[in-house]
Design a protein around this ligand. Structure first.
Ligand SMILES: [Zn+2]
Length: 355
């Protein structure tokens, strides 16, 4: 409860201070140095673009509202040389970047809103972007497990606390409140726990959680659809780069040998066969990577691969381990502040969203 009050207080203070700080030009001054640095390449990460806040009630870190997305793009367009990731990589590592700093816009996972909401806004502002698609089940895609979990937490009718042991999660029997205001914390704890499970246990655990919470599968704004094959083709036909994001969106660190290689090679060959063009790029699912995962991407000849490690890239950056900055779902003043902080940071821990 104390934490909830603290969070609300912080939000109220920010709502008052943020516009004042922006009006005083503090954000623009903080950004002026990093933005002038043409020796660095910035890659932004998005997942979902939503029309209303209720599509992401717990602020999962994966959604940006469409009006905010447009404002962010307009800001970016005036200050950066915006290129698709594969093109920016060639310019950057080839020492051919222009007088403006390079920036790329990336989207992970393959949500239908990328085609229906993000693409029209990108086109109207005149910016390119690169979309990384998980290819498993593209013929009849079902929502991702974390979205089904968020939906179950959102729709669940249970009132009493829920325990880790009851849900089959390893470790101590932590108990979480299911009170409406505590459900965001419950969702974050469950998503983090499931990422650590062996692959075979993910689906049964999500089903167990849904049953324990009394959640449903009825369509709603918190159960976002994925693009199918035609959607990916349509996005590509609009001129956007398509990259691979594995076959199964699994934690690649839990795989090795052929089971690891196939997540890279099969997702690439599937997209290349669908689109009839080379697919040079990959984004590690959930930002989960270790040395064998990175070396697998390199050995299979990808031109580059994207992490969720936060920061910019300089010319010494390993192209198989490119850093990105997660775009916040925030008004411009807060976006600029978060952006300035991220740009100024040399190395920072991974900012992790659900996927
Ligand atoms: Zn992902």
């Amino acid at each position: 409860m104390i934490r909830l009050i603290e969070r609300e207080l912080k939000r109220a203070v920010k709502a008052v201070l943020s516009p004042a700080i922006e009006a005083a030009g503090v954000n623009d001054r903080a950004l002026s140095g990093p933005l002038a640095d043409t020796g660095r390449w910035t890659i932004l990460t998005y997942h979902r673009i939503i029309e209303h806040d209720d599509a992401d009630p717990y602020r999962s870190g994966m959604s940006v509202r469409a009006d905010r997305f447009r404002a962010q793009l307009e800001y970016i367009a005036s200050r950066f040389d915006v290129r698709p990731v594969h093109e920016a990589a060639a310019l950057f590592y080839g020492g051919r970047a222009g007088p403006k700093p390079l920036l790329s816009i990336s989207f992970d996972d393959g949500y239908l809103d990328n085609l229906e909401l993000a693409a029209p806004i990108l086109s109207s502002v005149g910016l390119p972007a690169s979309f990384y698609i998980t290819v498993g089940g593209l013929d009849a895609p079902v929502p991702f497990w974390w979205d089904r979990l968020i939906h179950a937490v959102r729709t669940g009718t249970r009132r009493e606390p829920i325990g880790a042991t009851e849900l089959g999660l390893p470790g101590p029997d932590h108990r979480w409140s299911t009170a409406p205001l505590a459900r965001g914390d419950l969702m974050r704890a469950l998503v983090a726990a499931i990422w650590q499970l062996p692959e075979a246990e993910v689906e049964p655990t999500v089903a167990r959680i849904r049953a324990a919470l009394g959640g449903d599968d009825a369509p709603g704004p918190t159960l976002p659809p994925r693009m199918d094959r035609n959607g990916v083709r349509a996005l590509h036909a609009l001129g956007f780069e398509i990259g691979a994001h594995a076959v199964n969106h699994v934690n690649l660190c839990l795989r090795d040998g052929d089971a690891l290689r196939s997540e890279f090679a099969d997702s690439r060959s599937e997209l290349e066969a669908m689109l009839g063009v080379p697919v040079p790029g990959f984004a590690y699912p959930g930002g989960r990577l270790d040395a064998p995962v990175v070396e697998c991407a390199r050995a299979l000849g990808f031109a580059y691969s994207l992490t969720t490690e936060s920061g910019q890239n300089d010319r010494d950056a390993d192209p198989m381990r490119l850093r990105r900055i997660g775009a916040p779902d925030a008004p411009m003043a807060d976006f600029k502040r978060a952006f300035a902080r991220a740009l100024a940071r040399e190395a920072a821990p991974a900012a992790r969203s659900a996927a």
